[in-house]
Design a protein around this ligand. Sequence first.
Ligand code: ZN
Length: 435
Amino acid sequence: MNLSQDSPTPGRPRRGNWQLMADINRNLVVNLLRTCPVMSRADLSRATGLSGPTVSSIVADLTSRGLVEDLGQGISSGGRPPYLVRLNEKANYVIGLKLMGHAISLVITDLSATVMYAQVTTLVGPAAAEPDQTTRPTAYRDPGSIVDAICAAVGTALSSSGVDVTRIIGVGVGINGPVDAANGVSRSSPTFNWKNVPLARPISERLGYPVVLENDANTLAAAEQWFGRGAGIDTFIAVAVGAGIGSGVVLNGQLYRGNDGAAGEFGHVQLSDTGPLCSCGKVGCVEAWASDRAILRDIRAAVAEEAPTSIGHTGHLCELTIADVAAAAEQGDELSRQVLARAGHYLGRGLATLMTVINPRLVIISGEGVQAGHWRFDSMKEAIESTVFPELNAEIIFATEPLDDARWARGAACVVLGEIFSTPTRPSLVHARLG
Ligand SMILES: [Zn+2]
């Protein structure tokens, strides 16, 4: 946890050994209080291995900052009555955003990631009318207009939420595509059709808060780790299925971003030398076979060739959604069932590759694509079972989460919280100060 007032260079030792040790000790105490609602000073001393006077000194410091509440003496179980303390979760707040092609979902959370306020802001402009699921190329969005929209959304939230703006300590922004989180750069975004756009710095300069930019599948993984099915599980994968396909990977309790911020992008694992064109420019990627965009493309192509289907005539196809295809499958439409099953098969083959490499305990699937339900996921599981390394398969848990944009925004807030509570020996993406 970064509690000090200096602003170290990421990746470099920040202070002398004595100060670093003090930061580590404080971090130990705060993280224990984060996971246990109420603790005695004696329990803190036992759990951390720190001496009683050291714990008392740290607690006094944290109390003076408003981060810890002194609850006074508890009930004795025989010896001296314990002095109880707890983390003041309302001492600070964090903002999380999910940036989409048509809207921004925003939440404000406290230090325990409890949502205090939520809002959705519609993006206006030329690309706002382009739903994520169309096969049309998305229009380029001027990064300046997106920064404007984010800052306006945060401004509305700050004035509407009633939260003390001086207690906000950071902003997390989730966006699709690979992200250079250390430098706050969107390396490429299929939604906005841009490359290498710095976002964190201009937003931070406008808002005056530290900003963390993160791949949105990683924010989903953070949400699952902090308050979802991934809590307490060391190694798991959170898969985002929608217009694109990607994943957030948690390895040994840590979000794994990879060297270029592109870890988990198994949607661009190539399954065939030939096949449909992918958004990345290659052919035959998992995403090109299995995404919502691929499903809608295949349905439209089949309708154009006058395949028998109840999907509707060409005039309505521009508005077609994955929910429409799932509904048609439910009502017996054979074309919809076949296309969804084929997409599920390729999703399963791609996922089996990722699972074989990562060996996760849990796989969580979310995004717009979960609306296709078992019409897509039955064939996905069959493909996984037939292609994954057999030694892995027996112990893996599968789960689906319904699409909830606010959950991803809350995950972006969790990424900021994770940085704030991270160990001081680890280079931090933000230099927010609690208290
Ligand atoms: Zn690709």
